[in-house]
Design a protein around this ligand. Structure first.
Ligand code: AMP
Length: 425
């Protein structure tokens, strides 16, 4: 127990942290370029937010939430997704009173009690964006294109965008009726969860992972057959905008996605070769969510990308992110006095923004130079008793082993200049 992490969680080890930094930096850069600002919400929220916001008939709320009662007898839940908390913050801070649209992004851990397997964890990380305040179909196309832009900048290939419209409060009731009619005679054969969904939200049955339910819904009426005029026009426009941007997609009329709050556009992006958990991102419109949470009638759209699955797909496709954590200067010191000098020189260089490493173990000069090599330092400063007597240090360029002796008083300026010449600062 004491030496094992909880099932379904991961340690991000120092050797992997570089990949995460690279990915997070890219996500922040792309967010900025598309005009999104970051929001950070708490890791836990009132349970009711997810019950109401994600939906009572979803897998997340029915089976996957980490819910607990705190010492004040409140029911709290570790966030299973980022949209409901973002909507909550939008309302709580009255962001709807600002000029619209509001464009927000988040990066952080999410928690779902699901059966762990490759690419599916109980704690995982999502990057997501939300646009509140516009129902324009070009926004739908833009967020899909933005997700694809991210994957493409990482070098990922072979991805598919699946697109659908799940309808709106005008056309959903008709779909519901037709679906119930279709399933009526097989109602008793549905899994227990779907038997409950039959009355409450039959559309969810199309999304059930149970093979029996999947078979029973073969040939079932899809949302696309019952779309109202507004929804079908909206979907057509989203498609023509995607075509204008050159983003390929396939229509999947069975795509309903796992969350209840979607209206209209729903999409999912899948990658080949990462096994059963092939969805690396997804999202859609949720024009009813903000008013359902007690806010003004405001349309919304967003997506969430699974960061572990992005990294997994990169690995599967043999792509290595350029994440080398570079050391600028290694300070090798021999003898007591030299070590003291190395100690203070390291600190003053770091305060000037130089990445510095030094020997902590009193090793031989040979061993210290080996360490500098292993860390791929650009420059190494060698401080021996001889040099200290002369108040100098030797600077060695690691790429070609060229050495020069520099007065210690000038060494900081010299190192910074040399690093600039090497293009590393
Ligand atoms: P969702 O919030 O369910 O729409 O999921 C959005 C994305 O998050 C998915 O496309 C996955 O990439 C990722 N994701 C969802 N659940 C998990 C999980 N249990 N483990 C890892 N990634 C997940």
């Amino acid at each position: 127990m004491l030496t094992t992490r909880p099932r379904g969680t991961n340690d991000i080890l120092p050797s992997e942290a570089g990949k995460w930094h690279y990915l997070e930096e890219l996500l922040r850069l792309v967010s900025k370029q598309y005009g999104y600002q970051e929001i950070r919400t708490p890791v836990f929220e009132h349970t009711e937010l997810f019950q109401r916001g994600v939906g009572e008939t979803t897998d997340i709320v029915e089976k996957e939430m980490y819910t607990f009662t705190d010492r004040g007898e409140r029911s709290l839940t570790l966030r299973p997704e980022g949209t409901a908390p973002t909507v909550r913050a939008f309302l709580e801070h009255k962001m709807y009173a600002n000029p619209q649209p509001t464009k927000l992004y988040y990066i952080g851990p999410m928690f779902r009690y699901d059966r762990p397997q490759a690419g599916r964890y109980r704690q995982f990380h999502q990057y997501g964006v939300e646009v509140f305040g516009s129902n324009d179909p070009s926004v739908d196309a833009e967020v899909i294109a933005m997700a694809m832009d991210i994957y493409e900048r990482l070098g990922l290939t072979g991805l598919t965008v699946e697109l659908n419209s799940v309808g709106c409060p005008v056309c959903r009731p008709r779909h519901r009726e037709e679906l119930q009619k279709f399933l009526e005679k097989n109602k008793a054969k549905l899994c227990p969860t779907c038997q409950g969904r039959y009355e409450k939200n039959p559309m969810r049955i199309l999304d059930c992972k149970n093979p029996g339910c999947q078979e029973l819904t073969q040939g079932a009426p899809t949302t696309s057959e019952t779309l109202c005029k507004d929804c079908s026009t909206h979907l057509e426009k989203v498609q023509s905008y995607l075509q204008a941007l050159g983003v390929p997609y396939v229509l999947n009329p069975r795509l309903v996605r796992g969350l209840d709050y979607y209206t209209g556009t729903a999409f999912e992006i899948t990658a080949q070769g990462i096994g059963a958990q092939s969805s690396i991102g997804g999202g859609g419109r949720y024009n009813g969510l903000i008013s359902q949470c007690g806010g003004p009638d405001t349309p919304g759209i967003g997506f969430a990308l699974g960061m572990e699955r992005i990294l997994l797909t990169l690995e599967q496709q043999g792509l290595i992110l350029p994440t080398k954590e570079m050391i600028h200067v290694f300070i090798a010191a021999l003898g007591k006095e030299a070590q003291t000098k190395a100690f203070t020189l390291a600190q003053s260089l770091r305060q000037k923004g130089v990445i510095v490493e030094r020997d902590y173990l009193g090793r031989s000069l040979k061993a210290q130079l080996k360490a500098a090599d292993r860390l791929e330092a650009v420059l190494t400063v060698i401080l021996g008793d001889e040099e200290i007597k002369k108040n100098t240090g030797i600077v060695r360029k690691m790429a070609n082993s060229e050495q020069v002796e520099i007065p210690l008083d000038d060494i900081t300026a010299y190192l910074i200049e040399e690093l600039q010449k090497e293009g590393v600062r």
